[in-house]
Every structure is written in structure tokens, then in C-alpha cells.
Design a binder for this molecule. Structure first.
Ligand code: NAP
Length: 263
């Protein structure tokens, strides 16, 4: 599939690329990149990242870095990126693509009135909102206007970023905050292509966490039913849909596009 917004020599960063949707994003997008492109895959599990990298064509160089994205800093992120780019000049890239995929659910058995522990809020927002915002800023500062590089930024969001779910305050509010951050980023940077992609219900570890731990019994049953009826999506299905969305370019920068949307 030829996709204009992924064409040319690309520097691609994918967070949470060790498993689930992020792994498939790295493999599928890595497979359509032009020779000489370079990828940086981040997550905590280095061995699993290396497994992801094995599925990417040899014409694309891949760096795998273990980083706890809940506990990192601006300087550490800057070092990781500069280290990954050490053999390349910034000008050799036509395009930078960043996929903010990392995500976690947080506890799913407490209602809003019980969420009074500030440290729990900090931990959740560090990984799901603050670090993605900081990582994005660091990359934008490295590839500033002087580098004249096209940019595509994809935030993996959720239906839960626009629809409340019981016992999912951390997840829903975090997804909403992160999505709005990228909407603001889009209006401030009209030359940058920004997409908030909501992947639909996808069979990953996160999906099983909901099936096992969500305190809302009705929704938990609905999630389990999708497994039994095989209506839950595969990682491949949702990433293929994303590739079609990217190819067709019918969205406006900053839009929330869901797997099931008819664009
Ligand atoms: N699955 C769904 O149905 C669904 C639906 C809507 C939206 N989404 C969104 O899609 C994205 C991917 O979800 P998924 O289902 O693929 O999740 P997943 O299977 O739980 O994978 C999460 C990824 O994030 C990484 N990660 C978690 N904590 C990390 C940390 N502290 N530092 C660095 N990396 C960390 C994990 O790698 P390590 O374990 O190696 O650190 C893993 O690669 C998330 O943003 C999620 O909210 C998923």
C-alpha cells in the first residue's frame, strides 16, 4: 500500500511497541517504510521489543530501548532520541512519524469518590498524559523548523476518551486529557498532520485486564461476550484500518477517528 504521509525517509518512534497494538503498529508501518528509514521502539520489556524488531524488513534500521515511560524525564528522552539518531543527520529524514501508543488502564474497581490518593493520580497521569506530552515536545524541539521535516503524529486514543465508563476514571480522564492535548497541538501547528486514532475493542493484554478486573459487571460481561462471539478485533485488523485512514486522508488534523467511523 503506498501511503503519502509515510513516504520518503522516515524517522518513526513507537511507544509501547513490545506487545499488543504497538507491536503490530511497528511491524505493519515498518514494513511500508522506504529503505533508509529508521525506527525507535520504546517499552520496558527489551526482549519483547527485539522480537518486534525481528519482524521489520532489514532495509529499515531499528533501535530498541527499554525505558519506563512512567518514570522518565525530558533529558532522558532527549538522550534516548539523540543516541538513536547518532549515526544519522536530521536533514536526511523527509518525515518524522511519532505514534503515542503507550497506555495503561489503572485500577478498575474504585469509583470517583474513592480516588483520593494523589500519588495514584500522579503515577497514572505520568505514563498516560505527561510523558507523552513531554516526549512529543522533545521530538518537536529536535526536529524544529530548521530541519524542514514533514511530521505525522498519531495519538492512540479510545472511545473511553469521549464516553464515560464506570470505575474507569483514570482511563477515561487520561484519554480525554491526552486527546485534547493533541488537539491543541494540532491547532497550534497547522503544518503538522495530527490524528487521534481510536482502535476499537482489540484482543490484547489490556482487553483481558478489562475482562478480569472491571468492577462494572455488565460492561465486563459485554467485553467477555465479544471474545466468545469473536467480534473483538485483532491487532492486524485495527492497524490495517489505521493505514487506510492514513492513505485516504479524509480527516482534519486533530480529529478523533474511530475504527468504526465511516469517513
Ligand atoms: N486493546 C483495546 O481494546 C484498546 C481499545 C482502545 C484503545 N486502546 C489503546 O491502545 C493502546 C495500546 O493498547 P494495548 O491494548 O495494545 O495495550 P497492552 O497490550 O497493555 O500494551 C501496552 C504497551 O505499553 C507498554 N507499557 C506499559 N507500561 C509501560 C511503561 N511504564 N513504560 C513503557 N512502556 C510501557 C507495554 O510494554 P512493556 O510491558 O514492555 O512495558 C506494551 O507494549 C493504549 O493506548 C490503549 O489505551 C486499546
Amino acid at each position: 500500500m503506498s501511503i503519502k504521509v509515510l513516504s520518503g525517509k522516515v524517522f518513526l518512534v513507537v511507544t509501547g511497541a513490545s506487545r499488543g497494538i504497538g507491536k503490530q503498529l511497528a511491524i505493519s508501518i515498518g514494513s511500508v517504510l522506504e529503505k533508509g528509514s529508521h525506527m525507535l521502539l520504546l517499552a520496558t520489556n527489551l526482549n519483547a521489543l527485539k522480537e518486534t524488531a525481528k519482524n521489520i524488513p532489514a532495509s529499515v534500521s531499528v533501535d530498541t530501548v527499554s525505558a519506563d515511560l512512567a518514570k522518565t524525564t525530558k533529558d532522558k528522552l532527549h538522550d534516548i532520541i539523540m543516541q538513536s539518531l547518532k549515526d544519522q543527520t536530521l536533514h536526511q529524514f523527509d518525515r518524522v512519524v511519532v505514534i503515542h501508543n503507550v497506555g495503561s488502564l489503572g485500577p478498575m474497581n474504585q469509583c470517583t469518590n474513592d480516588l483520593t490518593d494523589i500519588n495514584m493520580w500522579h503515577d497514572y497521569y505520568d505514563l498516560n498524559v505527561f510523558v507523552p506530552a513531554i516526549l512529543n515536545g522533545v521530538i518537536m524541539q529536535i526536529f524544529n523548523e530548521k530541519t524542514n521535516t514533514e511530521k505525522l503524529i498519531i495519538n492512540i486514543t479510545s472511545l473511553y476518551g469521549i464516553k464515560p465508563g464506570k470505575y474507569l476514571s483514570y482511563y477515561c480522564s487520561g484519554k480525554a486529557a491526552r486527546e485534547m492535548f493533541f488537539k491543541v497541538f494540532a491547532v497550534e501547528n497547522p503544518e503538522i498532520n495530527v490524528l487521534n486514532y481510536s482502535p476499537g475493542p482489540v484482543e490484547t493484554d489490556m482487553y483481558y485486564e478489562i475482562c478480569n478486573d472491571l468492577a462494572d459487571k455488565q460492561v465486563k460481561t459485554e467485553f467477555k461476550d465479544m471474545l466468545t462471539k469473536k467480534t473483538v478485533l485483532t491487532c492486524e485488523q485495527t492497524v490495517n484500518r489505521l493505514l487506510t485512514v492514513l492513505k485516504e486522508q479524509k480527516y482534519k488534523s486533530g480529529d478523533h477517528v474511530d475504527y468504526y467511523d465511516e469517513l
